[in-house]
Design a protein around this ligand. Structure first.
Ligand code: RIB
Ligand code: CA
Length: 313
């Protein structure tokens, strides 16, 4: 087997972030160098705590978890307790973590790690607002040329917004950060709502997690039971979109996804459409392509992969 792919997960857990972290930690193809928490679904004090809870659930108290930015670059923080609950991991009752939070700042960890590792050997996996990533790129522009790839969950085009009519939550919370990341010239793979809304749970899929008979399996089922009520009420869907696990699944099985290499720009000026990902899907501009923007997923294969991997924990 080839050497595991080195990744850093930047995250705002969030039940779907938690499932993504479990998938990564269950997959020997990946080496998680560290986890950087950012304010998003819930405040940073909770996202850094939740990230450690998930690491312990995966049997990885050795992992380094860093706290990053506690608010967007240029705007007040917007959170999503209405979706994820007050703790961000509502559903099951979860004990506080024992493993320590690392003393350093997440942005310093990102910069130091990218400078220390060989160029083009570390992939960044942002699952929340892009504040940490953009702050690192702004503070240390040299790292842009060292990042292997950024594979992120965020944005929407045909599916339009989930926090406003125009914008998806991760991009909406920190559009200035997103503009920095999308303009950095780093190879970018984007998992927008267009594809994550096709990665929907249903009763059979949730019961398959519960039937694993393991603590991780039970947690994934109970997180999903809680998390899905919002999307089912809003969209009338049969289940919840597992947004963030699409990022990790892409690293493991890119063949499950279909998209186009197109230009994507971020709206930052308008109050009405702030955070919109303006995706030139039909190539009507001469703006250079800067992102592989996903539009489709083989959902059955995705859930088979997810269930098989969670079973390994
Ligand atoms: O819009 C969905 C995204 O926002 C997901 O990453 C979810 O965890 C929240 O961060
Ligand atoms: Ca997230």
């Amino acid at each position: 087997m080839t050497r595991p792919r080195k990744i850093i997960i930047d995250t705002d857990p969030g039940q779907d972030d938690a499932v993504a972290i479990l998938l990564a930690l269950a997959s020997p193809e990946l080496e998680v160098l560290g986890i950087t928490a950012v304010a998003g679904n819930v405040p940073l004090t909770l996202t850094q705590k939740n990230a450690r809870i998930v690491c312990e659930l995966a049997g990885r108290p050795d992992l380094r978890v860093f706290a990053g930015c506690d608010r967007p670059i240029a705007r007040p923080l917007v959170t999503a307790e209405h979706v994820h609950g007050k703790t961000g991991l509502d559903g099951p009752v979860m004990a506080d973590p024992v493993m320590p939070l690392q003393p350093g700042h997440a942005v310093d960890f990102l910069i130091e790690t990218l400078r220390a590792e060989a160029a083009h050997t570390v992939t960044l996996c942002p699952l929340g607002p892009l504040t940490n990533i953009a702050t690192a790129l702004t503070r240390a522009p040299d790292i842009a040329g060292r990042i292997q790839q950024i594979v992120l969950m965020g944005g929407a085009y045909f599916e339009v917004g989930n926090i406003t009519p125009a914008a998806e939550f991760n991009i909406y919370v920190d559009p200035e950060a997103a503009a920095t990341v999308f303009g950095a010239g780093v190879p970018l793979v984007v998992m927008p709502l267009d594809v994550t809304h096709k990665a929907l749970t249903n009763r059979a899929r949730v019961e398959a997690f519960r039937a694993l008979g393991t603590e991780p399996g039970r947690m994934v089922a109970e997180w999903t039971d809680f998390f899905e009520r919002f999307d089912m009420a809003k969209y009338g869907s049969e289940g919840a979109p597992l947004h963030d696990p699409c990022v990790i699944a892409y690293l493991l099985r890119p063949d499950l996804f279909r998209g186009r290499h197109i230009n994507v720009e971020i709206e930052t000026q308008s109050d009405l459409t702030r955070g919109m990902t303006v995706a030139d899907w039909w190539g009507v501009t001469t703006r250079p392509a800067n992102a592989l923007f996903m539009g489709d997923i083989e959902a059955g294969g995705f859930f088979d992969l997810l269930t098989e991997r969670i079973a390994r924990l």
